[in-house]
Each structure stands twice: as structure tokens, then as C-alpha cells.
Design a protein around this ligand. Structure first.
Ligand SMILES: Cc1cc2nc3c(=O)[nH]c(=O)nc-3n(C[C@H](O)[C@H](O)[C@H](O)COP(=O)(O)OP(=O)(O)OC[C@H]3O[C@@H](n4cnc5c(N)ncnc54)[C@H](O)[C@@H]3O)c2cc1C
Length: 118
């Protein structure tokens, strides 16, 4: 008898991890939005950079795992997964490469501990 995808392999773990990672990214997104609402753009900027890195990487990983769960069907056009992957991969460049946002995050961290201009 055919089994549902969720019951195959380590798919319960993949589903649980996906849900937890989505919720972690949502909380970071809410924190960035809250920081923006406080009215100090300089203080909010590193939080915006953080979510710009975290959200596309998380979404890409979740879609990638979903493709894996679906086997070769996941990369066919029978599901929207391959198209989602392509769009999300683009997002890691379109709004500036991850490395640029990471640099902003690191700069804000280092500013807490050194007077040196970074
Ligand atoms: C679909 C799509 C839509 C886009 N829409 C827009 C838009 O609306 N407006 C707009 O202005 N641009 C837009 N872009 C351009 C996008 O912002 C650039 O592609 C992106 O900034 C990367 O620039 P690049 O392609 O010249 O790569 P490069 O700048 O050559 O970057 C290549 C790699 O070098 C590294 N790197 C580059 N600069 C730094 C740095 N300062 N610090 C650390 N590492 C670095 C990173 O690893 C990066 O991934 C879009 C791009 C795409 C694909």
C-alpha cells in the first residue's frame, strides 16, 4: 500500500524543522518591524539586514527539503517547488547579496566593542 510522503524516511523531522525555522524567522521579522516602529532608522538597520539574510536562506532550505521529500517529482513542473526555489535563490541577490547584509550586521556588532571605524 502506498504511504503518504510525510510517513517516509526522516520526513517527520524535516516537517518539524521546517515549521520551527519558519517561526524563528517570523519572530526575527517581527523584531525588525518593531525596531522600525521605534523611529530610529540607525538602530533598526542591522535588524533589517538580519532578516534580509535569514528569511530567504530559511525559505530556500524549506523548499529544498520539500523538493527532496518529493523525489524527482520535486524538480519537475508537476509541483511549483522548483519555481519557488529559483525565485528564492534570486532574492539572495536581488536586494543585495547576503554578504553585504552580513557586513552590516557584523559592523553593528563590532561597533559595540570598538571605537574603530569598520
Ligand atoms: C531579479 C533581480 C532583480 C533586481 N532588482 C534590482 C532593483 O530593483 N534595484 C537594484 O538597484 N538592483 C536590482 N538588482 C541588482 C542586484 O541588487 C545585484 O545583482 C546585486 O546587488 C549583486 O550585484 P552584482 O550582480 O553586480 O554582483 P557583485 O556585486 O559582483 O557581487 C558578487 C558577490 O561578491 C560579493 N560582494 C559584492 N559586494 C560585496 C560587499 N560590499 N561586501 C561583501 N561582499 C560583496 C558577494 O559575495 C556577492 O554575492 C536585481 C537583480 C536581480 C537578479
Amino acid at each position: 500500500m502506498a504511504k503518504n510522503l510525510a510517513h517516509l524516511g526522516a520526513n517527520f523531522d524535516i516537517i518539524a524543522d521546517a515549521r520551527m525555522e519558519i517561526e524563528m524567522a517570523r519572530l526575527l521579522c517581527l523584531k525588525a518591524a518593531w525596531m522600525m516602529d521605534q523611529g530610529d532608522p540607525r538602530a533598526a538597520a542591522p535588524w533589517i539586514s538580519k532578516i534580509k539574510v535569514v528569511a530567504p536562506i530559511m525559505a530556500l532550505k524549506v523548499v529544498d527539503e520539500a523538493i527532496q521529500m518529493h523525489g524527482a517529482g520535486g524538480i519537475s513542473q508537476d509541483t511549483p517547488l522548483a519555481a519557488y526555489w529559483m525565485h528564492l535563490r534570486t532574492l539572495r541577490l536581488a536586494d543585495g547579496p547576503d554578504a553585504v547584509h552580513r557586513r552590516q550586521v557584523a559592523r553593528a556588532e563590532l561597533r559595540k566593542h570598538t571605537q574603530e571605524k569598520i
